[in-house]
Design a protein around this ligand. Structure first.
Ligand code: ADP
Length: 212
């Protein structure tokens, strides 16, 4: 977060003399309280200053970077995820390409009955197969997908930061958002309930940037 020179000065004053009232800060800067109001509001909303009625402003002790980091850890996958686009593993590579175009996504999740996760198909998986001279009308995606248990997932409760870290560390474009379900045989499966892609993260980034 980029502070103006005046906001930096206010922070310094509060750091050195807080708790201090808006009136007193204005006096030190030879400005009116009304002029300072937007700056004080921004510094308080950003979490750099805290305001207590009848006491005044005091410094929260948090650096601007720390405030941004805390915000990113607080946003959960549930609040920014998209609807998943899924196919069955018997779906042909040709139909998977068509689905990607129609649904305008770069990653498809392969599920079986009950929406249980079986695999992932990316654009390059499909391109590779197309270049390989296969009959893409006959070849099922089950043959070319990245299969469980090698699929990286996220959950609605995970922080966006942790999920974004997975995308970057493992160099993938999207994660299925899943929840654990009990299977009739006593085992556990992962039901696909959403999609988290680099686009979701970029959208959040833009939204956070607009908050200044
Ligand atoms: P692209 O193929 O467009 O570069 P990705 O980088 O997402 O897209 O995919 C690279 C490889 O990683 C592909 O083989 C794909 O099947 C696999 N992959 C994609 N998403 C995941 C995921 N969430 N977990 C594990 N593997 C994945």
């Amino acid at each position: 977060m980029q502070l103006t020179r005046r906001q930096e000065t206010i922070l310094e004053i509060v750091k050195n003399s807080g708790p201090i009232t808006g009136e007193q800060i204005a006096e030190k800067l030879s400005l009116t309280r009304a002029t300072l109001r937007p700056d004080l509001a921004i510094l308080t909303m950003a979490g750099l200053l805290e305001a207590r009625p009848r006491v005044g402003y005091f410094y929260s002790g948090k650096s601007p970077n720390r405030v941004v980091a805390e915000k990113l850890h607080r946003v959960l996958v549930a609040s920014i995820k998209s609807v998943p686009v899924v196919v069955n593993e018997k779906c042909s590579v040709y139909d998977a390409v068509v689905t990607m175009f129609i649904e305008d996504v770069g990653t498809l999740f392969v599920v079986k009955e009950g929406g249980l996760l079986e695999g992932v198909i990316s654009r390059k998986d499909l391109l590779k197969t197309t270049l390989g001279g296969h009959d893409i009308h006959k070849l099922p995606v089950g043959v070319i997908m990245t299969r469980m248990p090698n699929v990286l997932c996220t959950t609605p409760e995970e922080s966006v930061w942790a999920a974004a870290k997975k995308l970057i560390t493992h160099e993938v474009d999207a994660l299925p958002v899943v929840r654990k379900v009990a299977l009739p045989d006593g085992g556990e499966g992962l039901e696909v309930i959403g999609r988290l892609s680099k686009t979701n993260i970029t959208r959040l980034f833009v939204e956070l940037g607009e908050g200044i």
